[in-house]
Design a protein around this ligand. Sequence first.
Ligand SMILES: [Zn+2]
Length: 133
Amino acid sequence: MFDLMFVLVPILAVCIFVFVICMMFVPGLRSKFMGHQLKMQKRMLEDNKETIQDIGKITGEIGVKTAKGVLDENEDDIRHVVGKTADISKDAITTTTRAIKKGLTEDDGVYCKHCGESIDSDSTFCKACGKKQ
Ligand SMILES: [Zn+2]
């Protein structure tokens, strides 16, 4: 029994070593092995299709129930946060709208056709680039 171990263990070690080396350096063999693994996975999935679907269904139900529970338990806080966010957005929109209105109504100045510099409405030449308007 003891002698047999001395023979079997090194043989097993050599087999594993050869297998690993083959997997690393022989692409055809690796692809064959991977293909075999994929076929096994496919068969496993096919054989357990119903169980996997059940797990998916249960996981989905737990997720929905958890989300519902979280929403129910924190409804007041969530309403508060959403309301506050809406208020802040409203303020920001009001400020932006006012700024745009102000810009549109107040800024009716005249600009140079060539360089874009602000010029007097009655000037014939641009004071920045000197070109005729
Ligand atoms: Zn100009």
